[in-house]
Design a protein around this ligand. Sequence first.
Ligand code: ADP
Ligand code: MG
Length: 567
Amino acid sequence: MATQEVLYDQLYRLDGQGYGAYKSLKGEYDFENFTLHIDHVQGDPFAAPSRVRVRVSQAVAGFPDSLWELPCRAIALADYLTREFYRTAEGSQQKSGSGKSGLISIVRPSQAVLNRSAARVTAEAVELRFTVGLPAFGRRIAGRQAAELLCRSVPALVTRTLLYKALNAAELEHYVDTAEDAEALRSQLSARNLVAFVADGAILPRRSGVDERPLTDQAIPFKSPDSLRVTLRCPHAGEVTGMGVPQGITLIVGGGYHGKSTLLRAIEAGVYNHVPGDGRHQVVTDLAAVKVRAEDGRSIAGVNISPFIGSLPQGKSTQRFSTPNASGSTSQAANIVEAIEAGATALLVDEDTSATNFMIRDRRMQALISKDREPITPFIDKVQQLYTDCGISTVLVMGGSGDYFDVADTVIALDEFVPQDVTDQAKAIAAKFRTERDREGGQSFGTLSLRTVQPDSIDPSQGNRSVKLRARDVDQLQIGTEAIDLSAVEQLVESGQVRAIAAAIVYAQRYHLTATTSLSEAIAAVMTDIAQYGLDCLTEWPTGDLVCFRGLELAAAINRLRTLRTV
Ligand code: ADP
Ligand code: MG
């Protein structure tokens, strides 16, 4: 293996040459504390920057076993190192030259603690993956600057962020402990028949719609109603009290602007662990809880939405319903049925993002528009069957209709951000003021169908050999020429998840989607491979920009492919 000095000299020699000469750098270099792997060299200073890895052996890095022995702790440790590197690299950026010259960057972590391909800690080594913009003036190699970048800046970053002795040991330990505690809290949910747990003292509101950090000044800390308070135990923080959201049907009510959606969003985010200080680090949710909403305009491929939507105008089938342009109600029905198909155990629904005619049909409307003229069976008539027949709970924000009091098991009212258990009052009101609705939609939830994807209806390469994948932030991905709108898939939090999902669709198409495998089996197979071989199995080369995701979101992305055909 070449040494740091060899690399240094080589970079000086390359000075002034055409940019393409950088390609000769590909390879491994032995540095004092680590090895540097130059995996991919960019073609010009404006192209995607060059991909590199550093590996520091544990003999040098010195992370105690206790920080990485358990998988959830190893993930938290790797997450911490990624953040340290991100922060330090951001702070010491010195761009000089053309294009991306001199830039060192690593995936940008959100508030969630996630398993990312950017960092991995094992018994042998710590590996970090990032990109560097190899410096140029115009299109000529800036060799001296490149030598500074790779042989001075990178080693300095490694020394400051990847060696245990350089880090704040107490902060790091607390970080890893917090993630392990969240895992422990989540693991207790099902035994207690809970969908979610929101700790007393949690800070749920965020700074703004575009800033995911906690609101600091005016935030009212969460305080559970006594009747819903449970005590859970975790290995580091000990006993933690908070509100248990029971399985079954839970209604969140309250005046406008009293914090309903904020509570639901915290529950949505509870499928992930969060960094200490996030305010939601002890808010945990069943791992298969899915936010569903209306999404008019989306395409739907062969989904059995007949539990919710009966015969449509012009005799259109709803047992295998396809459309390039769904309505609010049909899109919400499809989103629910697809979530069930993908293994959801709880649905999270907000009136703010629901189709009114999907949620409710009151007595007066039933009188005016007879059932034979209305294909929709509203959610209110299906939500109990969803639980009794399919075991799927619902947490529903509904400030606008008291009709739901009849079907709710638990009613939580938010009053100036403070939750109260108003189940008994709601039930008394329901008995006093009858809705006089007719129940619609029959005695059972209805049939669920497993779909099989026509493998050739996903054609990422469009005939080309190399597949172009792109993630535009968290709400869009591009596969070949096809863009998938993910803005309604609200539990995605990092663009790296979207990038990984794009790669996973190609992977699924290549290895698991066949004419005889159901979509849900194929997705389960992809997730098993990732669990076994890591995110790297999704790409030809190791890359640092993939972030773990749930099978539920992979299914959601595939379901939104406009070319998708099913049998
Ligand atoms: P609703 O859905 O009931 O209309 P939202 O959840 O949208 O209300 O909250 C309204 C506003 O109040 C938001 O700006 C939100 O950030 C803020 N908010 C929510 N919960 C709290 C809280 N616990 N403390 C302070 N502000 C909060
Ligand atoms: Mg709201």
